[in-house]
Write a protein that binds this ligand. Structure first.
Ligand code: AMP
Length: 287
C-alpha cells in the first residue's frame, strides 16, 4: 500500500513568492478568503478559518505579529509565538497557503506611509488607551488586503471596534474584499479565547471570566429596562471588586460605536477592557 504523503502546507515569506502562489491558487477563477492573524492560534482563529472555508474555495491565513500596532511599552517582544503548532493546526484544516512575511518585507527600509482611520477608530474605547493601535492595524490590514487581494477577509467580533475600523477602511479605500465578522469563541466558563490568555496565572485565570459574566448581567438588566447609568455603575464596581484595573465598560451604538443615552439610541453593544495583573483583556456582547 502506498503511504499517503504528509499534508503539505505551502508557506510564503515575501511578496514576490506570494504573488506567484496567489496566481496559482486563483487558477480557474477560484474564490479566495483571507484570515489575518498574529499567530499563537487558538480555536477562535480556527473558527475564522472554518468560516473562510465555507465562503471561498481557497483559504489563505496570514501570520504576522505587527510591530506597528504595539506601543513601545506593550508586549511586542513577549507576544506568544507558537509557529510549529500553528502550522500543524492550519495543515489539519487543509488551509491552502500561509502568508508569513518578515518585518523587513512588510516594512522595508524607507517605508513612509500610514493609514489614519477615523470614524469608529475615534470614538474612544480602545483608542483612548492605545492611541497608536488602529493606525497600525488599518495600515497592516490594508497591506494584507492589497497583497492577497482576497474576495473575503474574516475578522473576529472579539475585537469588535477593530472589525468596525477594518470594515470602514476597506469601504473608504474601495478595497474590493468583503469583510466578514465571526462571533466570539469562548471557553466553557465564558472567557473569550485570546492569545494573551496564556499570560494569566492560575489565580488570574479563575477571575478572568468575570468580564463576560458582568457583560451578560448588564445586558439582562438593560433588557429589563433598568437605567443605563445605574447598570454600568454596578458592572464597573463588580469588575473592580474582582481585582481588575478597569479601562472601560461602556454601552455603545452597535453600528457606529458612538455613545448612547439608552435603548432608544439604537441596538446596543456592551464593550469592556480591563487589566488583570499585567494582562489586558477585552470583550464585548450584543444586548
Ligand atoms: P489576533 O491574532 O489576536 O490578531 O486575531 C486574529 C483574528 O482572530 C482577529 O480577527 C480576531 O478578532 C480573531 N479572534 C481572536 N480571538 C477570537 C475569538 N475568541 N473568537 C473569534 N475570533 C477571534
Amino acid at each position: 500500500m502506498p503511504v499517503k504523503p504528509p499534508q503539505r502546507l505551502p508557506v510564503v515569506r515575501n511578496v514576490a513568492a506570494l504573488r506567484r502562489a496567489m496566481a496559482a491558487l486563483r487558477a480557474r477563477g477560484a474564490s479566495v478568503a483571507l484570515v489575518p492573524t498574529m499567530g499563537a492560534l487558538h480555536e477562535g482563529h480556527l473558527a475564522l478559518v472554518r468560516q473562510a472555508k465555507r465562503r471561498a474555495k481557497r483559504v489563505v491565513v496570514s501570520i504576522f505579529v505587527n510591530p506597528a500596532q504595539f506601543a513601545p511599552n506593550e508586549d511586542f517582544g513577549s507576544y506568544p509565538r507558537t509557529w510549529d503548532a500553528d502550522l500543524k493546526a492550519l495543515a489539519d484544516l487543509k488551509v491552502d497557503l500561509v502568508w508569513a512575511p518578515t518585518v523587513k518585507d512588510m516594512y522595508p527600509d524607507g517605508f513612509a506611509t500610514r493609514i489614519e482611520p477615523a470614524g469608529p477608530a475615534k470614538v474612544g474605547l480602545e483608542d483612548a488607551f492605545r492611541p497608536h493601535f488602529f493606525g497600525g492595524v488599518a495600515t497592516v490590514v490594508a497591506k494584507l488586503l492589497l497583497q492577497v487581494a482576497p474576495d473575503f477577509a474574516m475578522f473576529g467580533e472579539k475585537d469588535f471596534q477593530q472589525l468596525k475600523v477594518v470594515t470602514a477602511m476597506a469601504r473608504d479605500l474601495d478595497i474590493p474584499a468583503r469583510i466578514v465578522g465571526v462571533p466570539t469563541v469562548r471557553e466553557k466558563d465564558g472567557l473569550a479565547l485570546s492569545s494573551r490568555n496564556a499570560y494569566l496565572s492560575a489565580d488570574e485565570r479563575k477571575v478572568a471570566p468575570t468580564l463576560h459574566r458582568v457583560l451578560t448581567e448588564c445586558a439582562a438588566h438593560l433588557k429589563k429596562g433598568d437605567p443605563l447609568v445605574d447598570v454600568l455603575a454596578v458592572g464597573r464596581a463588580k469588575i473592580e471588586r474582582m481585582g481588575f484595573v478597569l479601562d472601560y465598560l461602556e454601552a455603545r451604538n452597535a453600528g457606529t460605536l458612538e455613545p448612547i443615552m439608552g435603548p432608544k439610541d439604537g441596538p446596543i453593544r456592551l464593550l469592556v477592557a480591563a487589566k488583570l495583573g499585567t494582562t489586558r483583556l477585552i470583550d464585548n456582547i450584543a444586548v
